[in-house]
Design a protein. Structure first.
Lengths: 205, 101
């Protein structure tokens, strides 16, 4: 153990792991919605630093660009739009009883995976070597070109689906003025408009 | 570096995400916890890829795919939450009990 911690990369790993777990825990327990999102930024930045430690530079910068750049902005946008209570709020999480159950489930899951990992891999050591973005690009566009195209179709479908879901239906607002000339069940404002139209017609004739 | 340290860190973050999904009431914060779980999976993918010294870097490429799918999932998820909020004036997952008898 003392041999393990003496490596500088493992010291960096321990610091990153503590920061990531702490930020992750704060992001699921914070009572302030915006703070929860900002703690998620810290956890994701920690994972990007971890990828740099492992030599996976392209994935690290992709995490920074896509997650921290785009996804977090989407989250903040969603919070502002749905008017989630900003500031301290007690109704953001479930009751204590649910929390205890959830903590048991999460703890059991963690124990299970940790024991399985320690039994399966023990202290298998490896040395991190940088992956060249060159190789990664060749691999994407040769070996993984079909999954790449499928992911691009998924992104396009998600984009169109998001727009269709989130926009206000323009057809229903366009159809609203249509029943006006018949004069059936018009609100006072449309009634005035209808009579104004009628008087304009009468002025013409 | 040993392999288990990355797997255990991934397991810790994944469990925190599970805890968040189970305890959060606000639908946006449930999605946020799912993001944490996806990030934990990414750590495993990249760690195993570096461990195997894969010639085609499959683990890193699949972590890139996960990032793309996560972005799509957040977009669709937030659109659905927005729609629910517009119809029910609430993003609380407890109040969405239309399927209850």
């Amino acid at each position: 153990m003392s041999d393990w911690i003496s490596h500088p990369e493992n010291i960096v790993f321990v610091i990153l792991a503590v920061v990531m777990v702490g930020a992750g825990f704060r992001s699921v327990t914070s009572r302030n919605v915006v703070h929860a999102v900002l703690f998620l930024v810290v956890a994701l930045a920690g994972s990007a630093a971890l990828f740099l430690l492992l030599g996976a530079e392209f994935v690290a910068w992709t995490v920074v660009l896509v997650y921290i750049g785009a996804v977090i902005v989407l989250f903040l946008f969603g919070i502002m739009i749905t008017r989630a209570p900003l500031g301290m709020e007690t109704q953001l999480s479930h009751s204590n009883q649910t929390k205890i159950g959830a903590a048991i489930v999460a703890g059991a899951l963690f124990a299970l995976i940790s024991v399985a990992a320690l039994q399966g891999f023990g202290d298998t050591e490896f040395v991190a070597s940088p992956t060249r973005t060159d190789d990664l690009g060749l691999s994407i566009f040769q070996r993984f070109v079909i999954p790449f195209e499928v992911v691009s179709v998924v992104l396009l479908a998600a984009l169109i689906g998001g727009i269709v879901l989130a926009r206000r239906d323009p057809e229903s607002t366009e159809e609203l003025p249509a029943p006006q000339p018949t004069g059936v069940a018009t609100t006072p404002s449309t009634n005035i408009a209808a009579t104004a139209g009628r008087s304009a017609e009468g002025g013409d004739t | 570096m040993i392999l288990s340290q990355f797997v255990i860190l991934g397991a810790a973050l994944f469990s925190i995400g599970v805890y968040g999904v189970l305890t959060r009431r606000n639908a946006v914060l449930v999605l946020l916890s799912v993001e944490l779980m996806l990030a934990a999976v990414n750590i495993n993918f990249v760690a195993f890829d570096v461990y195997f010294q894969d010639a085609i870097a499959g683990g890193q490429i699949f972590s890139l795919f996960i990032i793309a799918v996560a972005a799509a999932e957040v977009g669709i998820g937030l659109a659905i939450v927005l729609l629910i909020f517009r119809n029910r004036q609430s993003a609380n997952v407890d109040e969405l009990d239309l399927m209850k008898l």
